[in-house]
Design a protein around this ligand. Structure first.
Ligand code: ATP
Length: 367
C-alpha cells in the first residue's frame, strides 16, 4: 500500500505525447507533446493555420490522430468517442438550439445524461447565475445579444461539469469592447468553477490577459510553452518575440571596450551589452517599453545609438515613438503616468536623440 502511494503522482488534465496529425500531404500537427495541469487556463496561441483548432479537435475526439498518445485525466483516450471523454466544447458560433429557450438549451445535455429533473432544474439555475443571466431562462437565443448567447453556450457546456472545457475562439464574433468584458468574465468564471480550460486564440493580448500558461504554435509545432510573463519576458526565439507583443531587433557586434562588454553598431554608437554576451556579431531584442531616449548632448557612460524621431503617435494611455537610426527603426513607447513624464522629447518630431536601454532589459537572440 505504502509503495503504491509513494509512486502515485498528480494526474495531468491532458497529456499529448508525440502527437502527429496529417491531412494527406499536410502535416497539421508535427510530433507535438504538451501537458496541461488540472485547473489551468491554457491558451493555444498562434497565427492562422498553425494547428490550434486541430489540437482542440484531437483533444475533443472530433478527429482521429495519425500517431501519438492522448491522455485525459491519466486515461488513454485515443480510441474513445467525444461523449466518453469528460470534455465539453464551446464553439465560436455558439451552436445554440434556436427553437429552445435558454433553460432548455442548458438542460438539454443534462437530460441526455438522464439526471433527475430536480437536479436539472437546480443546475440550470446555478449555471445561469454563474454566467450572469439569472432570470433569462425563458428567452429564446434570437432574443439575446451575441455576448449573452455566448454566456448561454458557456453555461450549457459547464453545466455538465466536464473535467476539461475546450473553447475555440469563443469571443471571435464579439466587438472589441464586449470581447474585453467577456475576457474578464471568463477569467472570473474559470476561477469560480476551477475546471481546466483549453482556449484557442490568435489574439496575443487575449492570451496574455487570461491564460495561466500559453503554448505558442507555428506550422504544426509548439515553439514555446510558459506563463504569460515567461513568454513575454523570455521569448524562446525570434518567432515568439515577434508574435507576443512588439519587439525591436537590432543587429550589431559585441566587443570589449575599456574593460567592459558593449553592444556596438560599428561607428554609430553603443550600449552596454546584455549579461552573458560573448564577443562577435549579435542581434539584440528589446521591447519598446524598455527603449529610452535622451538628448544627444546629455553626457553618459555609453553614447547610445543616435537617431531622429520620425513618428510620434499619441495612443491615449501611451505615446509611441519611432526613431530612425543606422541600425533601422527603433520603437519606443512611454506611458502617460505623471511620474515618467520627465522628458519633453515625445513632442519633438524630427529631433536628434540618443536611443539606449539598460543592459538587463535587452536579450541576445539566436538567429
Ligand atoms: P485558424 O486560426 O485559421 O483557425 P488553426 O491554427 O486553428 O487556424 P488548423 O485549423 O488547426 O489551424 O489547421 C492546421 C493546418 O491543417 C492548416 O494548414 C490547414 O489548412 C490544415 N487543415 C485543417 N483541417 C483540414 C482538413 N479537414 N483537411 C485538410 N487540411 C486541413
Amino acid at each position: 500500500m505504502d509503495s503504491i502511494l509513494a509512486e502515485s503522482t498528480p494526474t495531468s488534465a491532458i497529456e499529448l505525447r508525440h502527437v502527429t496529425k496529417r491531412y494527406g500531404d499536410t502535416v497539421a500537427l508535427d510530433d507535438v507533446s504538451m501537458t496541461i495541469e488540472p485547473g489551468e487556463f491554457f491558451c493555444l496561441l498562434g497565427p492562422s493555420g498553425c494547428g490550434k483548432t486541430t489540437t482542440l479537435n484531437l483533444i475533443g475526439g472530433f478527429i482521429p490522430m495519425s500517431s501519438g498518445e492522448l491522455r485525459i485525466e491519466g486515461r488513454m483516450v485515443n480510441d474513445l468517442p467525444p461523449h466518453k471523454r469528460n470534455v465539453n466544447t464551446v464553439f465560436q458560433n455558439y451552436a445554440l438550439f434556436p427553437h429552445m429557450t435558454v433553460a432548455q438549451n442548458i438542460a438539454f445535455g443534462l437530460r441526455m445524461e438522464k439526471l433527475p429533473a430536480a437536479e436539472i432544474t437546480s443546475r440550470t439555475g446555478e449555471y445561469l447565475e454563474l454566467v450572469g443571466l439569472a432570470g433569462f431562462d425563458k428567452r429564446l437565443p434570437s432574443e439575446m445579444s451575441g455576448g449573452q448567447q455566448q454566456r448561454v453556450a458557456l453555461a450549457r457546456a459547464l453545466a455538465k461539469r466536464p473535467a476539461v472545457l475546450l473553447l475555440d475562439e469563443p469571443l471571435g464574433a464579439l466587438d472589441l469592447k464586449l470581447r474585453k468584458h467577456m475576457q474578464t468574465e471568463l477569467s472570473r468564471i474559470h476561477r469560480q468553477v476551477g475546471t481546466t480550460f483549453v482556449f484557442v486564440t490568435h489574439d496575443q493580448e487575449e492570451a496574455l490577459s487570461m491564460a495561466t500558461r500559453i503554448a505558442i504554435m507555428s506550422g504544426g509545432n509548439v515553439m514555446q510553452t510558459g506563463t504569460p510573463r515567461e513568454v513575454y519576458d523570455h521569448p524562446a526565439g525570434r518567432f515568439v518575440a515577434n508574435f507576443v507583443g512588439e519587439t525591436n531587433f537590432i543587429a550589431g557586434t559585441v566587443t570589449m571596450e575599456d574593460g567592459r562588454r558593449v553592444f556596438a553598431i560599428p561607428g554609430r554608437g553603443r550600449v552596454a551589452a546584455p549579461t552573458g554576451s560573448t564577443d562577435g556579431p549579435a542581434t539584440v531584442m528589446v521591447r519598446p517599453e524598455y527603449v529610452r531616449l535622451r538628448p544627444v548632448d546629455e553626457p553618459a557612460a555609453d553614447p547610445g545609438i543616435s537617431g531622429r524621431i520620425v513618428n510620434v503617435a499619441f495612443l491615449g494611455d501611451h505615446t509611441r515613438l519611432t526613431v530612425s537610426t543606422d541600425a533601422g527603426d527603433i520603437v519606443s513607447v512611454r506611458p502617460h503616468a505623471t511620474n515618467v513624464r520627465s522628458t519633453h522629447l515625445e513632442e519633438d518630431l524630427g529631433q536628434e536623440v540618443c536611443v539606449w536601454w539598460p543592459a538587463d532589459d535587452a536579450a541576445l537572440i539566436a538567429d
